[in-house]
Design a binder for this molecule. Structure first.
Ligand code: IMP
Ligand code: MG
Length: 187
């Protein structure tokens, strides 16, 4: 990629930095209200790599004791559509989830294949509760049924990048969420 073409690959900003801040603050309040009287340990589980930026902000907007861990899965299939088969690449460090409230933190819910696999997997490990927080939700593309407990924003069926979300591992460091120019996919 030539220097100077990076931000100009974005055709349009869908969610500005300021709007993201508002969304994260609102989610933080909702999460606090849900867990403040639970009395159980709370663990945020981020799904790498897309959730890393969102996680960093979200965890600081929740004023409760909590721990953080990450998982990584890969789905087979290339391009901008995820495949149905999921492969676990990084599991939680702590094996015993008994009595713990788990909040899965994910950048985007698209087909739902990744999250339906992960939520099932965590529920089978005996957590007291497993809930889901997604920054973005693309309901039009759902294949697997996934319940969302905390939702940042619904978006139309467009491929977005920035604030952790990538195309071909790039654009994760944009501070806003945008839609790429078609030419950027051909690079
Ligand atoms: P799902 O299994 O189809 O729900 O796929 C979810 C994963 O696909 C997300 O964690 C993202 O990594 C990726 N993904 C889905 N839609 C987008 C998008 O618009 N931009 C960037 N990544 C996306
Ligand atoms: Mg991705």
């Amino acid at each position: 990629m030539a220097a100077g073409t990076f931000a100009s690959d974005v055709e349009r900003v869908l969610i500005s930095e300021a709007r993201i801040k508002e969304i994260v603050a609102r989610l933080g309040c909702e999460i606090e209200d849900t867990y403040k009287n639970s009395g159980r340990p709370l663990m945020f589980v981020g799904i790498l790599k897309g959730s890393a930026v969102f996680m960093a902000d979200l965890m600081r907007s929740v004023n409760l004791p909590l721990t953080v861990d990450f998982m990584q899965v890969s789905s087979y299939g290339a391009g901008t559509v995820s495949g149905g088969r999921i492969n676990m690449r990084l599991d939680l460090k702590e094996g015993d989830l008994t009595g713990t409230d788990i909040l899965v933190v994910e950048d985007i819910l698209d087909s739902g294949n990744t999250l339906s696999f992960l939520l099932d997997y965590l529920r089978r490990r005996g957590a007291a509760s497993v809930r889901l927080c997604v920054l973005l939700n693309k309901p039009d593309r759902r294949v697997a049924d996934v319940h969302v407990d905390f939702e940042g924003m619904r978006i139309p069926d467009e491929f977005v990048v920035g604030y952790g979300l990538d195309f071909d591992e790039k654009y994760r460091n944009l501070p806003y969420i945008g839609v790429l120019r078609p030419e950027a996919y051909q690079k």
